[in-house]
Design a protein around this ligand. Structure first.
Ligand SMILES: Cc1ncc(COP(=O)(O)O)c(C=O)c1O
Length: 403
C-alpha cells in the first residue's frame, strides 16, 4: 500500500503513514495506531472529526439528494443561506455556496472587481488568500510585484502609537492607489503567513478610508472563521464592517463547502452582462446541508463559548515552556505558533523536523512551517481535558529530549 503512494503526484510534503479513520480529535493509521490531531484535519474540523449531529444530517441528506442540476435550488440550500447569514456578526442579505476556500476567494475578488470596475487588489504582506489565481498572486507566497502587499503594525494594545508610524502608509495608499483598487482583502489573523495580527487601529482606519471612497473590504475568514480565533469571526478583532465575508474550512467541518456573504446593494451594482458564474457543485444540497448543520451545532452547543477555557489552558501551558530553541509563542484563540530559533549545532529546520517526527512517533500530529520557522497547532475547539493532558505530557517529553 505504502508503495502505491508513488502514484500520487508529489504536490506536497506527504508523511509516510496512511490514515484510515478519524473521530473527534483523533486519527488512526493502518496499524491501528492513534494520533491526537492538533491541526484539525487541514484546520477544518473545528468541531472535531465526524461530529455526530453533522454526520446524522449528512446521512439524511445523502438519502434525499446529493447533487442537482445547478438551475434548481433545494430547500436545504435555502435553510443554510438563512442559517449562515444569521450567524454573521454584521448584516448581510446575499450568499452563495461554493466548494473550497480558494474558489470562494477567487469569486469574492472577481465580484469586487466587477462591482468596482477596477482590478487592483490590496492585501497585507503576510496574508495567504488562496491556492490559485489572483488570490494566490496576492498571497505572501507570491513574488509578483504587481500586487500590492503592504507592511502592517502588529499590536494588541488599545493605547498603541502604531498609527504615528503607519499614517503615512495609509495616506500613500489613499493618494496613489485607492482610485484603482477593487478591494482590500484582510486575512484577520495571518495563519499560513506566520501567525500575525495587524493592529486594530491601523486596519480599522485603513478600511474606513478605503470604504469611504468605494473600495470594497473583503474579510477572508476561511481559516479564522467559526471560533478559530477565539471570536465567531476573525474580523471581530477589528472595528470594521466588511463588504464581503469569505468562509470555508470549518463551515464544512471537513466536508468541502465554502461561501461568500455580501449585500444586495452591491449585487445591484454588478454588471450582469459580463458577470456569470456557473460551476457544477455551486449550492449543492449535500454541501449546504453540512453548512446548515455545522452552524446549528455551533449555536446549539455553544462551541465557541465553551472553547475559551481550553484556549486558556493551552496558553498557560505554552507560556510555562522554557527551552533555548523556543523564541516566542504567538496565539490567537485556538491558533498557536511556536517560533523556533537555532541552537548550537542545530538549524531551525532540523529542530522543527526533529520535534514534528518525534511527536508523530508519540502519537501527536502537529503542523509546521519551515519557511516561517514555526510549529503550528490548530486543535479542534472541542478538544477534551484528557486530550489536552495527553498533549501536554507528550509535548514536554519530546521537547525535553531535544538536545
Ligand atoms: C486564509 C486562507 N484563505 C484561503 C485558503 C484556501 O482555502 P482552500 O485550501 O480551502 O482552498 C486558506 C487555506 O489554508 C486560508 O488559510
Amino acid at each position: 500500500m505504502i508503495k502505491m503512494t508513488a502514484l500520487i503526484l508529489k504536490t506536497n510534503d506527504f508523511e509516510s503513514i496512511l490514515i484510515t479513520k478519524a473521530q473527534d480529535s483523533w486519527v488512526w493509521d493502518t496499524d491501528g495506531k492513534k494520533y491526537l490531531d492538533c491541526v484539525s484535519g487541514t484546520w477544518t474540523c473545528n468541531l472535531g472529526h465526524k461530529h455526530s449531529k453533522v454526520l446524522q444530517d449528512m446521512k439524511k441528506q445523502m438519502d434525499d439528494i446529493i447533487h442537482r442540476c445547478m438551475r434548481f435550488h433545494t430547500p436545504t440550500t435555502l435553510k443554510a443561506a438563512e442559517q449562515v447569514l444569521n450567524f454573521l456578526p454584521n448584516k448581510y442579505d446575499k450568499i452563495t455556496f461554493l466548494n473550497s476556500g480558494s474558489e470562494a476567494m477567487e469569486f469574492a475578488i472577481s465580484f469586487a472587481r466587477n462591482v468596482r470596475d477596477k482590478t487592483k487588489i490590496l492585501s497585507l504582506k503576510d496574508s495567504y488568500l488562496g491556492a490559485f489565481g489572483v488570490a494566490k498572486e496576492s498571497s505572501y507566497t507570491s513574488t509578483k510585484a504587481s500586487k500590492l502587499k503592504i507592511p502592517y503594525p502588529e499590536c494588541d494594545s488599545a493605547n498603541c502609537n502604531c498609527l504615528d508610524d503607519f499614517d503615512t502608509l495609509i495616506d500613500h495608499i489613499m493618494e496613489n492607489y485607492s482610485s484603482e483598487l477593487a478591494c482590500f482583502v484582510l486575512e484577520p489573523i495571518m495563519v499560513s503567513g506566520g501567525i500575525h495580527k495587524a493592529c486594530n487601529k491601523f486596519i480599522s482606519k485603513l478600511c474606513r478610508q478605503l470604504q469611504n471612497v468605494g473600495v470594497l473590504v473583503i474579510a477572508n475568514e476561511v481559516t479564522t472563521g467559526f471560533g478559530r480565533s477565539g471570536l465567531r469571526f476573525g474580523h471581530q478583532h477589528f472595528d470594521i464592517n466588511p463588504d464581503i465575508v469569505v468562509m470555508g474550512k470549518a463551515l464544512g467541518n471537513g466536508y468541502p463547502v465554502s461561501a461568500i456573504a455580501t449585500r444586495s446593494a452591491l449585487e445591484s451594482k454588478l454588471s450582469h452582462s459580463n458577470y456569470y458564474y456557473a460551476q457544477s457543485h455551486q449550492l449543492d444540497p449535500l454541501g449546504t446541508a453540512v453548512a446548515n448543520s455545522v452552524v446549528g451545532v455551533f449555536k446549539d452547543e455553544q462551541i465557541i463559548e465553551k472553547s475559551q477555557d481550553k484556549i486558556k489552558q493551552f496558553n498557560t501551558f505554552f507560556k510555562s515552556l522554557s527551552y533555548p530553541f523556543i523564541k516566542e509563542v504567538r496565539s490567537y484563540g485556538m491558533i498557536f505558533g511556536i517560533q523556533i530559533q537555532p541552537v548550537e549545532g542545530k538549524t531551525c529546520k532540523e529542530l522543527i523536523l526533529e520535534i514534528k517526527d518525534a511527536l508523530l512517533e508519540e502519537g501527536v500530529l502537529i503542523g509546521i512551517s519551515l519557511g516561517k520557522e514555526l510549529l503550528r497547532l490548530l486543535p479542534s475547539l472541542t478538544i477534551t481535558d484528557d486530550d489536552l493532558e495527553f498533549f501536554k505530557k507528550k509535548f514536554v517529553k519530546v521537547l525535553d529530549k531535544v538536545e
